[in-house]
Design a protein around this ligand. Structure first.
Ligand SMILES: [Zn+2]
Length: 155
């Protein structure tokens, strides 16, 4: 199952140039599994649950595998602590901040049937990818060679 998730994520990354996480429900499997690739590491999480979510929140433009052309402005906890089972079935605890934290929240939402669009902050919180790049990319280009990476936007 994790192999399917990994293959699907890689195929998506090839065609869309973004995407760092995927949940089983996104490939039609009603299982509480998440596969994430971030900063050179792969994470395979089974039955993740929150042990703790920070009161401190931040606002970001989020994107999603399931609607690649759309960005959504929403709010996430800055830090989370997650309990999950690893591939061997052992319980592990994971603490994450910032980009990793919001990615975990995004993927756990999928397991609960919640999409980023359900969390849009207000009527101005939806934006097509083209519009987003026109409006916001220039403001944070700051000499980035690739121009592709927009750190607060994750799949
Ligand atoms: Zn998603």
């Amino acid at each position: 199952m994790f192999q399917d998730l990994r293959d699907t994520l890689h195929e998506f990354q090839r065609t869309h140039r973004f995407g760092r996480g995927i949940s089983a429900v996104q490939i039609g499997e009603p299982k509480r599994l998440i596969y994430i690739e971030l900063e050179g590491r792969a994470y395979r999480l089974r039955n993740p649950v929150y042990e703790w979510e920070s009161e401190e929140k931040f606002v970001l433009w989020d994107d999603c595998f399931s609607f690649p052309g759309l960005l959504v402005r929403l709010q996430r906890s800055v830090a989370v602590r997650i309990r999950f089972a690893n591939e061997a079935g052992e319980v592990e605890i994971l603490e994450a901040r910032d980009a990793f934290s919001e990615l975990l929240q995004h993927e756990i939402d999928h397991l609960d049937g919640i999409l980023a669009v359900d969390r849009a902050l207000d009527g101005n919180s939806l934006c097509t990818r083209e519009e987003y790049e026109r409006r916001y990319r220039g403001t944070k280009a700051m000499g980035s060679a690739k121009g592709l990476a927009v750190p607060e936007v994750l799949g």
